[in-house]
Design a protein around this ligand. Structure first.
Ligand code: 3PG
Length: 306
C-alpha cells in the first residue's frame, strides 16, 4: 500500500486536508499528515517510509531526499517549486510536480488587498487614494498575472504586462497592453505587481535600474518571492524617493531597516499568506493528491517539472 505524507509547515485548512484524504483513501493509500511541524528533524523522520509527498513551501533538499529512500514523487501544492532541489530529485529518480493555477486567485486577490489597504492609509479614516485610472504593470503573465490583470481592469486601472515567454497575442486578447521591455513598463506604471518565479534568471533582477524608472507615486507589490528583489537597490530607492512604496507578502532580509526607517511606505504581511485561503488550500491540495494517484497508478507525468 502506497504511503503518502502531507508535510505542510504552513497547514492546509481542515476542509482541504479532508479533501486530500478522501482522494487518497479512495485510491487505497495510507496517509500521514504532518502539519506545523516544529523543526526539520521531524520532517526527516516522517519522510523515511513515504512513497509520495505533498508539500507547500517546505524545503525539500538533498538531505530530505536522502532520508526518503522509498520516495517516488513530490507534489508541491502550489506554483513555485524553488523550494525543491530538482537536481537531487532527478538524480534519485524522484518525480517533482507542481499544481499550476490552483491557488492563483487567492494570490491575485491579496495583491489588491495590499494595494487598497495601503491606499486607504491602512484602514484608518484619513484621506486615501484610489486605484482607478492608475497604470498597473504585471511582471510575468502566468496564472496569477492574468487574474491580476482582470481584477485591475475591474478597478478601472490601465493594465500593462511584460512577459517574454508569453505570446503578445495572448496578452492583448485579454485587453492588456503588452510591453516588449520591462524597462518600458516600469517607466509607465505607478503600480507594478510581481509574478515571476525565483530562478537563476530572476534572482535579484528587480533592481535599482528598473525601480528608479517608475513614475511618481511608485508602488511595488510583491506576492512572488523575496529573492527576485535586489535588496541593495530597494534600500537605495527608498532612501532617494519619499514617494516609493513597497507592499510585500514575502518580507525581505532587510525588513527591520525598512520597518524602522519607512514604516508608512513599507508593508509586509506577518507570514507569506497569498495562497492561504480555504479555496486555494483545497484546490491545490486535492489537485496534488489526484496527481499522485495519476502518477502511481498510470504513470501520468503531467505537471512534472524535473
Ligand atoms: C506558490 O508558489 O504557490 C505560492 O507562493 C504559495 O506558497 P505557499 O503554499 O507556501 O503558501
Amino acid at each position: 500500500m502506497a504511503r503518502v505524507l502531507i508535510a505542510t509547515e504552513k497547514p492546509f485548512s481542515a476542509d482541504a486536508v479532508a479533501g486530500v484524504q478522501k482522494v487518497l483513501d479512495e485510491a487505497g493509500y495510507d496517509v500521514e499528515v504532518l502539519a506545523k511541524y516544529p523543526d526539520r528533524s521531524v520532517l526527516l523522520k516522517a519522510v523515511e517510509n513515504a512513497d509520495a509527498l505533498i508539500i507547500r513551501s517546505d524545503i525539500i533538499d538533498r538531505e530530505v531526499l536522502d532520508a526518503a529512500s522509498n520516495l517516488k514523487i513530490v507534489v508541491r501544492a502550489g506554483a513555485g517549486y524553488d523550494n525543491v532541489d530538482l537536481e537531487a530529485a532527478t538524480e534519485k529518480g524522484v518525480v517533482v510536480m507542481n499544481t499550476p493555477g490552483q491557488n492563483s486567485n487567492a494570490v491575485a486577490e491579496l495583491a489588491f488587498g495590499m494595494m487598497v489597504y495601503q491606499n486607504r492609509n491602512r484602514l484608518t479614516p484619513s484621506t486615501g487614494r484610489e486605484l482607478r485610472g492608475c497604470r498597473l504593470g504585471i511582471h510575468a503573465y502566468g496564472y496569477v498575472g492574468r487574474i491580476v490583470g482582470m481584477i485591475g481592469k475591474g478597478f478601472g486601472m490601465r493594465v500593462y504586462a511584460y512577459d517574454p515567454y508569453i505570446d503578445r497575442i495572448i496578452i492583448e486578447n485579454d485587453g492588456v497592453k503588452c510591453e516588449q521591455r520591462a524597462e518600458d513598463m516600469y517607466r509607465k506604471c505607478e503600480y507594478i505587481s510581481l509574478h515571476i518565479p525565483a530562478n537563476t534568471e530572476t534572482r535579484g533582477s528587480i533592481n535599482y535600474d528598473l525601480l528608479s524608472r517608475m513614475p511618481a507615486g511608485a508602488t511595488l507589490v510583491n506576492t512572488a518571492r523575496k529573492e527576485v528583489i535586489d535588496e541593495a537597490g530597494l534600500l537605495k530607492i527608498f532612501a532617494e524617493r519619499d514617494d516609493f512604496r513597497y507592499l510585500t507578502d514575502v518580507a525581505p532580509d532587510c525588513a527591520a531597516g525598512l520597518e524602522e526607517n519607512y514604516p508608512d511606505r513599507y508593508f509586509a504581511t506577518p507570514k507569506k499568506m497569498g495562497a492561504q485561503t480555504a479555496e486555494a488550500n483545497k484546490n491545490a491540495g486535492v489537485a496534488a493528491a489526484r496527481q499522485i494517484v495519476g502518477f502511481l497508478e498510470k504513470g501520468d507525468t503531467t505537471f512534472k517539472v524535473n
